[in-house]
Design a protein around this ligand. Structure first.
Ligand SMILES: Cc1cc2nc3c(=O)[nH]c(=O)nc-3n(C[C@H](O)[C@H](O)[C@H](O)COP(=O)(O)O)c2cc1C
Length: 183
């Protein structure tokens, strides 16, 4: 049976390159991985005061959509050499209430995306820091820094590069192996 992978995208932008890359990854995944994107745009900024008996409905829905997943794939752009607040907020919401983290022990992988040349390296590596604390085994190799992404997609957001497609397929195959080892 395919591993159930929750995909979190670090951009809300209509026409987001990261979302397009996530959609391509979903289409490229073989029968060992079932990727599904979990929406994080409606999550209120995390505030422990709201996290009592009746937390915001969007938080509860989000936690429920991730907690049963076998693994998590992050596809993110870089904002100011770090992780967009959107994605960090989703990590924070999922990490609480204390002792009930939805992330605990879930294997993870990161694909960082940029129209620039550095492939959102800063976001990719900053994201690894909270994932260590959240006790998520993050795949080390292969790394995925998708640079010059504007050149890799057509007007419908489909990958035009065979090399990139092959690279991402290899990345997904490695992730499936990683999940099998760490789940
Ligand atoms: C607030 C902000 C900060 C940004 N900082 C960076 C950055 O540090 N590095 C980078 O490569 N691109 C940066 N960019 C450009 C983004 O890579 C670009 O807008 C990209 O399209 C965002 O991803 P998306 O297409 O998935 O929305 C920044 C964009 C915004 C809006």
């Amino acid at each position: 049976m395919a591993y159930d992978v929750a995909v979190l995208v670090g951009s809300l932008r209509k026409g987001s390159f990261s979302r397009a890359v996530a959609d391509n990854l979903t289409a490229l995944a073989s029968d060992t991985l079932a990727l599904r994107t979990v929406e994080i745009g409606e999550l209120a900024l995390y505030n422990p005061d709201l996290d009592g008996d009746a937390p915001p409905a969007a938080w509860t829905k989000f936690r429920g959509e991730v907690v049963g997943a076998d693994a998590v794939l992050f596809v993110t752009p870089e904002y100011n050499r770090s992780v967009p607040g959107l994605l960090k907020n989703a990590l924070d919401v999922g990490s609480r209430p204390y002792g009930k983290s939805i992330w605990q022990g879930k294997p993870a992988a990161i694909v960082s995306v940029s129209p620039g040349t550095l492939g959102a390296f800063g976001a990719n590596h900053h994201l690894r820091q909270p994932l260590v604390f959240l006790d998520m085994p993050v795949m080390q190799q292969p790394e995925a820094y998708v640079s010059k992404v504007g050149d890799l997609l057509d007007k419908d957001g489909k990958l035009v590069s065979d090399d990139t497609r092959a690279f991402l397929k290899g990345f997904l195959a490695a992730f499936a192996t990683w999940i099998g080892k760490h789940k």
